[in-house]
Design a protein around this ligand. Sequence first.
Ligand code: AP5
Length: 213
Amino acid sequence: MNIILLAPPAAGKGTQAQFLVSKYHMKHISTGELLRKSLKQDDEISKEIKERMNAGRLVSDEIILDLIAKEIETAKEGVVLDGFPRNRVQAIEYEQLLQKLGQKLDVVLYLSISKEVAKKRMKGRRTCPTCGKIYNMHMEEMLEELCGSCHTSLVSREDDNEETFDLRYETYMRETDPLISFYQEKGLLKQIDASKEKEEVFKKIEQILSTLS
Ligand code: AP5
């Protein structure tokens, strides 16, 4: 099964992707995570990627499509896409890639949320640099900010500050929000209220997936 998680920044895409992986054993592809990993290389491309991410802008389609093609071609059991596609060009390229591979997109889960709630979640986010688990300081009690699974010290993302969040949100509204109608017209979009607790959001996702063949 191929799933897209479509949502504004900090709505809970990564959190729901982790639930999906754990229950359905799908491959999770987060373009944000792939880009953050690529920043460890000290070259011109990494510099450009970092600049764009910290300015809340999209990284070029060329870089993203190259990353995605490599990941999808090696995925055998379907994928959950988190943070891709983010504009019309990427959405069309993804359709063509699936067609080439003889696969189809099953559903687009649109996690709807207000900017205010998403911003609050962003401010409390901490992630584990070792296992990638996502936490929230405002929601969970954390002993000395350590990962509950592997005891690594949790970190904040460089782009998780109020100014960059506002820019990321603006970029989302301009470039990504139009994909809601793009997928609605194809009959693939399912809207979920992402302001609910994460377990409740996942229950809704499970219900939707159970109706798909
Ligand atoms: P990316 O890493 O994709 O960031 P994003 O889209 O802004 O999404 P986030 O990772 O911030 O949030 P999320 O929705 O995954 O929320 P999470 O589950 O962590 O992209 C970063 C940058 O990379 C972009 O700005 C761009 O520059 C570039 N980029 C990436 N993909 C690209 C592409 N395709 N094309 C071009 N450029 C690209 O949850 C957030 C917090 O809320 C956590 O603390 C979590 O614990 C908490 N939480 C989650 N759900 C709930 C809930 N239901 N209730 C309470 N708390 C919750």
